[in-house]
Design a protein around this ligand. Structure first.
Ligand code: ADP
Length: 201
């Protein structure tokens, strides 16, 4: 705890319980934490998955780099401490949604075990599923969806994950998806089948 929280008295114990909200929504909730290189397919899969869940009556909320960094976290840079603060806020937001019975689809590179564990600790281990969206660097670079690899190769972006900043692959993810070996639909459907037992009421 820091100094600013000493006079704050959380009221979580007086709020309506998560279970009551899950009952209302007729679903159980999880935070899906999708980690992987830029261009590996996190956002594309997240969008497809959100639509599929919606169609089948499951309420979810996608959180990804672009919607968070342009809003809530628009004052944060890419220094190590701001990257950590970025993840802390995302995990706190995710936790609020999860406690409201809503499934979250979190699409963030989150390159280190430390940063993923940080998110897991905030959200709570029981509510957290780690999904490794895996495609080889060469494939992600060839896709170069946002032209970022090109910029990074030219030196216009520093500390780019996979190039001059390391990506630590998860050692024990709950699920791994090889997006270089499957279509978008197959990838998202595989995640859907995997999470179904966790979210079915
Ligand atoms: P990220 O969010 O991880 O940075 P994006 O979703 O923005 O990645 O980009 C991934 C790109 O890879 C998209 O152009 C997408 O169409 C393509 N792609 C090819 N195969 C797959 C797959 N199996 N799953 C997800 N994306 C794929």
């Amino acid at each position: 705890m820091n100094n600013y929280t000493e006079n704050i008295y959380p009221i979580f114990d007086r709020l309506l319980q998560k279970a009551a909200k899950e009952k209302l929504l007729k679903q159980r909730t999880k935070a899906l934490w999708m980690t992987g290189l830029s261009g590996s397919g996190k956002s594309t899969i997240g969008q497809y998955l959100e639509a599929r869940l919606h169609k089948d009556g499951y309420l979810s909320q996608m959180l990804d780099g672009d919607n968070i960094r342009s809003g809530l976290n628009n004052n944060l840079s890419f220094t190590a401490s701001d990257r950590k603060e970025n993840i802390r806020r995302i995990a706190e937001v995710s936790k609020l949604f999860v406690n409201c019975g809503i499934i979250t689809l979190n699409c963030f590179i989150s390159p280190t075990k430390e940063i993923r564990d940080y998110a897991k600790n905030i959200i709570g281990e029981n509510d957290f599923l780690e999904i490794y969206i895996n495609a080889p660097l060469e494939e992600c670079e060839a896709r170069d969806v946002k032209g970022l690899y090109k910029k990074a190769r030219k030196g216009e972006i520093k500390n780019f994950t996979g190039l001059d900043s390391p990506y630590e692959a998860p050692q024990n993810p709950d699920l791994e998806i090889r997006t270089d070996q499957m279509t978008v639909e197959e990838s998202a459907d595989k995640i859907y089948e995997f999470i179904l037992p966790h979210i079915k009421y």
